[in-house]
Design a binder for this molecule. Structure first.
Ligand SMILES: [Zn+2]
Length: 93
């Protein structure tokens, strides 16, 4: 097994998955609408192909996690599944 060189993660990245194709799937906290002032979704984006998913945070904004924990696990579960099957290569920079 080869090791992935450690590179800096983009800001707001909370989790990262390595796909079988060598790309990454990043989980970030983002806003649903441009007018939102606080993060309210967990966004999973594959950097090898256009696939992504958004999980909205629960409405309990006063919770310890701002409602993000459930959305994070949903986004991570999607990322894990996608990473196991995606063979798209990241575009060279
Ligand atoms: Zn992909």
């Amino acid at each position: 097994m080869t090791t992935q060189p450690q590179t800096a993660w983009p800001e707001n990245t909370v989790a990262r998955y390595l796909t079988v194709g060598g790309a990454t799937v990043d989980i970030t906290h983002d806003t649903r609408y441009a007018s939102d002032t606080q993060p309210n979704i967990s966004h999973a984006q594959c950097n090898g192909c256009p696939a992504y998913t958004n999980s909205g945070w629960s409405a309990y904004a006063d919770r310890w996690d701002n409602g993000s924990a459930g959305a994070d696990s949903a986004a991570c579960a999607w990322a894990q599944t996608h990473a196991e099957t995606c063979r798209a290569l990241p575009k060279p920079a």
